[in-house]
Write a protein that binds this ligand. Structure first.
Ligand SMILES: [Cu+2]
Length: 188
């Protein structure tokens, strides 16, 4: 029943919603500046060595947002992409700033912005972040959903049969999106 409702929510959601992938690794979010509409899904894909995505307010870099926001938790990987990813659903067109919670990464510029505007630029955020002493990591994972990574760069070695595995990963992703869509619809 729950699964049926979830799938229904996914189908009912406007098909115009886009999925935007952001890679996190090598001390950077790539891309680090994106434009997104309400309802779009942002998927964070994680690369070596150990990173996270945390939403913050523009005025307080490297510190979790005072209201709402999200924390992916840390996704470690020694080489290649972590097989899991973290998705959020965009619920505002206001600027949304994101930083990595690994010690010193934020002050070294590891940050991104969704929908920059109103004078809130990533450049200004980074300048302020340089002066921040400690990166703050909130308790727990919240504001999004862990899913099987769907990024193309996670292609397994040819010797590793991945047919059924890939199918399973896809359905996990869809139902997770459905849950998020259902949450957004409820909030609207
Ligand atoms: Cu990092």
């Amino acid at each position: 029943m729950l699964i049926a409702l979830t799938l229904f929510a996914a189908l009912a959601y406007p098909i115009t919603a886009a999925k935007i992938s952001i890679s996190i690794g090598s001390l950077a979010f790539t891309p680090d500046t994106v434009t997104a509409a309400v309802g779009d899904i942002i998927e964070f894909n994680f690369f070596p060595i150990n990173n996270s995505a945390i939403m913050s307010d523009f005025s307080t870099p490297c510190t979790p947002a005072k209201v709402g926001g999200f924390n992916s938790g840390f996704y470690a990987t020694d080489n290649g992409q972590n097989k899991n990813a973290f998705q959020i659903v965009v619920n505002t067109t206001e600027p949304m700033f994101i930083y990595c919670g690994f010690p010193s990464h934020c002050k070294n510029g590891m940050a991104a912005v969704v929908n920059p505007g109103n004078g809130q630029t990533l450049e200004a955020y980074r300048l302020a972040a340089e002066k921040v002493k400690d990166t703050v990591v909130p308790d727990g994972v919240f504001g999004g959903q862990a899913v099987a990574a769907s990024g193309g760069s996670s292609t397994p070695p040819a010797s590793n049969p991945s047919g059924p595995k890939a199918n399973g990963a896809a359905s996990v992703g869809v139902s997770a999106v459905g849950v998020l869509a259902a949450v957004v619809i409820t909030m609207l």
